[in-house]
Write a protein that binds this ligand. Structure first.
Ligand SMILES: Cc1cc2nc3c(=O)[nH]c(=O)nc-3n(C[C@H](O)[C@H](O)[C@H](O)COP(=O)(O)OP(=O)(O)OC[C@H]3O[C@@H](n4cnc5c(N)ncnc54)[C@H](O)[C@@H]3O)c2cc1C
Length: 470
């Protein structure tokens, strides 16, 4: 039975992403009809595809670039996320140090450059997405989550980051909740953005740069061009594209290149947005510097303010639907929304009575190493990137640079990275895949209930280098 306060708070929530539910949302562009040719065809109009198309034109303004988007640019994960634009390319320091210890200084430098360049691009193209370098807060809500914070801070400092370990009082001075028992404050390394507007701004920049974008245009098949011609051919419902090179940036969706499906599963993540807070409600939080925040369980929440003083509250309940098929109805999950709302009021009891204006879900392209992987096919004419596992707002731009380097075969510093040359461990096929994912999910939830103690299954995954530790 849902707590009546929680039910009331959700009663008026619109079932769609707040970021995309804006009066000035752009009209869809016409679908592709007929046969076109291009030097580069990009499939997918999320951040990966948009950055790839834009950077391709910036690198070579004479390159003829076409972008195909199944619905409208930014409608999927790129327009539904928390808007944490992190410098990290490895889904955080701990994950990076575990998997790419020798490369971390270089990865951190490249990640910092990438974040700086995102800020510069947003400014140069006048993208009104409230880009703000706020840094971030990691907050413990249980004593066991304090373990290891000092070590993490030392590792971060060794890599040149500024970081402060917070006790309970200092954590609550950053953001006032009776649950916060301490944490870490990173004043740099993360910007907050409005992701929908970032996607729309990149779409506009692409169009202005001469990229031909076709929306409501799913690419249905991919093959070598026939008739002895070089290049690849993509078919769409009313047309086709023949291109010298192709980039796939299709996220968690069924990939045109089957092998990508061995490495990625679609995991749903959910978020709530409140109505704008009153000045008194905002003051009761004492939210310093509008820093993006998350808590530190295995199942964690992320939370942030918007420019009109709403709170986005998301995460915690990552859901894999057995079989891995994506259906838009899965974006509405009242059970998860109620759980999130309950956690919200437990964290901020001073906000009792606040309502949620929006509730939505989006699909995350999860892989077993929790950070992006890359590959090529068709003799280097096709390149792909996927697997950001919930931290792709910033990393997609870096990935776009890698994809263009791979197609240019230029042998850059980026393409030599182990991050780029290696792949994650593949998932087993169904139905074992579903069993393994659900077992991992329930073990992580149990670890959170048992003061972080990892059971035999999680310890095995840790030993195999497959363990998730937020
Ligand atoms: C709820 C939620 C919260 C998140 N929070 C954060 C966060 O705070 N910070 C962060 O860094 N990351 C976050 N993420 C992850 C982040 O949103 C993604 O990593 C990023 O947006 C991935 O971009 P993408 O372009 O690769 O994929 P997507 O945005 O999913 O775009 C893929 C596009 O490809 C299109 N497509 C697929 N198949 C075809 C086809 N055959 N033909 C044509 N088009 C096709 C789709 O329609 C889609 O538009 C979150 C994700 C979710 C769902």
């Amino acid at each position: 039975m849902i707590n009546p306060q929680v039910a009331r708070s959700l009663a008026g929530a619109a079932p769609r992403s707040f970021w995309l539910d804006q009066p000035d949302a752009p009209d869809p562009l016409p679908a592709l009809t007929g046969r076109v040719t291009a030097d580069l065809a990009v499939v997918g109009g999320g951040f990966t595809g948009l950055w790839t198309a834009l950077l391709a034109r910036e690198r070579d303004p004479s390159l003829d670039v076409v972008l195909l988007e199944a619905r409208t640019a930014g409608w999927a994960a790129s327009g539904r996320n928390g808007g944490f634009c992190s410098a990290s390319l490895t889904h955080g320091l701990a994950n990076g140090l575990e998997r790419f210890p020798a490369e971390m200084p270089l990865l951190e430098r490249l990640g910092a450059e990438n974040l700086r360049e995102i800020g510069e691009t947003v400014a140069a193209y006048g993208v009104d997405c409230d880009f703000a370098l706020t840094g971030e807060l990691n907050l413990a809500t249980a004593p066991w989550q304090l373990d290891g914070l000092a070590e993490e801070a030392a590792a971060a400092r060794a890599l040149g980051h500024e970081v402060e370990v917070l006790d309970a009082a200092a954590a609550r001075q950053e953001l006032n909740s009776p649950l916060f028992a301490g944490g870490l404050r990173y004043p740099g390394g993360n910007a907050m953005v409005e992701p929908g507007r970032l996607a729309w701004g990149l779409r506009r920049a692409c169009l202005e740069a001469g990229v031909r974008i076709y929306e409501n245009t799913p690419a249905g098949s991919l093959a070598r061009a026939g008739g002895g011609e070089a290049g690849l051919e993509l078919t769409t419902p009313y047309g086709s594209v023949r291109a010298g090179t192709v980039v796939l940036g299709t996220g968690a969706f069924r990939p045109l290149l089957r092998r990508i499906g061995n490495y990625v599963i679609p995991v749903w993540d959910y978020a709530l947005m409140t109505e704008p807070l009153t000045a008194a409600q905002l003051a009761s939080l004492g939210w310093k510097d509008r820093r993006g925040a998350s808590d530190l369980g295995n199942q964690f929440h992320y939370f942030r303010l918007t420019r009109d003083d709403r709170i986005l509250w998301g995460g915690y309940d990552a859901v894999y639907f057995n079989g891995g098929r994506i259906h838009e109805e899965q974006a509405q999950r009242p059970r998860t929304f109620a759980m999130l709302a309950e956690h919200f009021f437990a964290t901020f009891p001073q906000l009792e009575g606040v309502s949620f204006s929006h509730a939505w879900g989006g699909v995350i392209d999860t892989c077993t190493r929790f950070c992006p992987f890359f590959g090529t096919a068709y003799g280097g004419r096709l390149a792909y990137a996927a697997g950001y596992t919930g931290l792709g707002v910033g990393a997609t731009r870096f990935a776009a640079q890698v994809l263009l380097d791979l197609l240019e075969k230029s042998g850059s510093e980026r393409t030599r990275l182990t991050l780029v040359t290696s792949k994650p461990v593949p998932f087993p096929p169904e139905p074992v895949r579903s069993a393994v994912v659900q077992l991992t999910r329930s073990s992580l939830a149990r670890a959170d209930r048992n003061e972080g103690r990892r059971d035999a299954w999680l310890r095995l995954l840790d030993r195999l280098g497959l363990g998730f530790d937020s």
